[in-house]
Design a protein around this ligand. Structure first.
Ligand code: ECB
Length: 141
């Protein structure tokens, strides 16, 4: 049985988010708004199949995947990049024990994330190049 990520998770901390936004060339005006957002993660999981939504008052981002199946992830709308190819990633999510590990191949080196549960907390580490953002979410009762 894989770990169970189902639920709604509300952000409690968001460390170094600015670094990640800078690393993927998010403009100043967008960063200024985005750094104050309380994000909510909505996850529907059926075994290895995931439907995920990251919601905020400013922008939402949806990505669906099956663990072990590489897919084309288009972050346009999230990254809001001007050149289409810059936001196309080849993404593969795998299990590392009970942790989900995503490798996102694209324009930026060493891009990906790792996500796991500890009690009623969801931990998410997002990395790009040498930057790491650490987010923690608390499960909605
Ligand atoms: C969608 C809420 C945040 C909106 C921020 C708006 C602009 C900033 C642009 C880019 C910021 C860089 C990364 C976004 C960080 C979080 C979004 C989702 C990260 C993700 O892929 O989470 C996975 C694992 O939880 C979804 O399956």
């Amino acid at each position: 049985m894989p770990a169970d990520f189902n639920g709604q998770w509300v952000m409690v901390t968001n460390e170094n988010f600015e670094d990640i936004m800078n690393a993927i060339d998010i403009d100043f005006a967008t960063r200024k708004i985005a750094r104050h957002l309380t994000q909510t993660k909505v996850i529907v999981q059926n075994g290895d199949k995931f439907e995920t939504k990251t919601l905020s008052t400013f922008r939402n981002y949806e990505v669906n995947f099956t663990v072990g199946e590489e897919f084309e992830e288009v972050t346009k709308g999230l990254d809001n990049r001007t050149i289409q190819r810059e936001c196309v990633l080849q993404t593969l999510v795998t299990w590392d024990g009970d942790k989900l590990v995503a490798v996102q191949k694209g324009e930026k080196a060493n891009r990906g994330w790792m996500q796991w549960i500890e009690g009623d907390l969801l931990h998410l580490e997002i990395h790009v190049e040498d930057k790491v953002c650490k987010q923690v979410f608390k499960k909605k009762p």
